[in-house]
Design a binder for this molecule. Structure first.
Ligand code: ADP
Ligand code: KDG
Length: 312
């Protein structure tokens, strides 16, 4: 059985190390919030599966190759003969500011449909991890997302929802309606400070309280370089971010989510789950790529060694 099952759209990203201009070089890589989480968890030794559709093209092949190489179960991946793999371009303007351009409308990934998920759920994962990106992709992807959080899901599956609002894909009012309709099934809700209003009303304490009373056991709020907070029935726990040199912040949220879930899988206390989330977030921002620099389990303590350490 799987520890974590996740689904969504994986894309090939092209990352520049500077402004988009005629001599800019772009580095290809696998991107997609959910596949990032799957890879991060697999690196920590958890059994993880990702479900989605890829185009029958070289980009789809690259995506599948990377997922396999990282040890992610791809039994639920299918290939579309007549739709392309989605692409995204990341123009890094400063160490912690990137601009995104998507080429994903009509992509293979957006054809995800409810049957893709219901058959994958037969693998009976301990945790189902979903994000608020999937329902924004297409009507069928929205249906799949909704169905995954409905009756197809056994009561015993722990659900993790990362709000992950993407302004390029939909507006806040629509996202609010869609996410609120299903957030009650989530056992852990993960949001940035500026996303919390999409799933609950009021200031942070009030919103967290509302989500806990709707059934969540953990409400996790991310604050970028200021760290993160977890709210539980027992109250509030804060963790500062780790002091690292930020070189590429894209993917920090996904790494954070994976760290938090890894802590839950290891049976850690909420504050320790939060610390592992913050640790993985720090790894993501201090290395290039969405997930390429993330640690394997034996490397988790490397960041604690401090600046300028050489292991000999
Ligand atoms: P997202 O990528 O979803 O916007 P954040 O930017 O809040 O999410 O990052 C997620 C987590 O990664 C933060 O809560 C923090 O723990 C860590 N993180 C983000 N930026 C930094 C940074 N500059 N230095 C250290 N840790 C960071
Ligand atoms: O979380 C990093 C993501 O932004 C990236 O990998 C692509 O899933 C993605 C999206 O829709 O932005």
């Amino acid at each position: 059985t799987l520890d974590v099952l996740t689904f969504g759209e994986a894309m090939v990203s092209f990352r520049s190390a500077g402004p988009l201009q005629s001599d800019a070089a772009f580095t290809p890589g696998l991107a997609g919030a959910e596949s990032n989480v799957a890879i991060a968890l697999a690196r920590l030794g958890h059994r993880t599966g990702w479900v989605g559709r890829l185009g029958a093209d070289p980009f789809g092949e690259l995506a599948l190759r990377e997922l396999r190489a990282e040890g992610v179960d791809v039994t639920g991946v299918s290939s579309e003969a007549d739709a392309p793999t989605g692409l995204m371009f990341l123009e890094q303007r400063t160490a912690d500011t990137s601009r995104v351009e998507y080429r994903r409308a009509g992509s293979a990934g957006s054809r995800l449909c409810p049957a893709d998920i219901t058959s994958a759920l037969e693998l009976r994962p301990r945790i189902l991890h979903v994000t608020g990106i999937t329902p924004a992709l297409s009507q069928t992807a929205h249906d799949a997302w909704r169905a995954s959080l409905g009756e197809a899901l056994g009561d015993d599956v722990f659900v993790s929802l990362d709000v992950n609002y993407r302004a390029r894909l939909w507006d806040r009012a629509t996202a609010r309606d869609v996410l609120r309709a299903r957030v009650g099934r989530a056992d852990v809700v993960i949001a940035s400070e500026d996303e919390l209003d999409l799933v609950a009303d009021g200031a942070e304490a009030e919103a967290a309280e509302a989500l806990l009373s709707r059934g969540a056991s953990y409400v996790v709020v991310k604050r970028g370089a200021c760290g993160a907070t977890v709210w539980t029935e027992g109250g509030r726990i804060d963790a500062p971010a780790l002091p690292v040199r930020a070189i590429d912040t894209v993917g920090a949220g996904d790494a954070f989510s994976a760290g938090f879930l890894s802590g839950l899988l290891d049976g850690l206390e909420p504050g320790q789950c939060l610390e592992r989330g913050v640790l993985l977030g720090a790894w993501a921002v201090s290395t290039r790529g969405d997930w390429q620099g993330l640690p394997r389990r034996g490397e988790l303590d490397l960041l604690a060694l401090g600046a300028g350490t050489t292991l000999r």
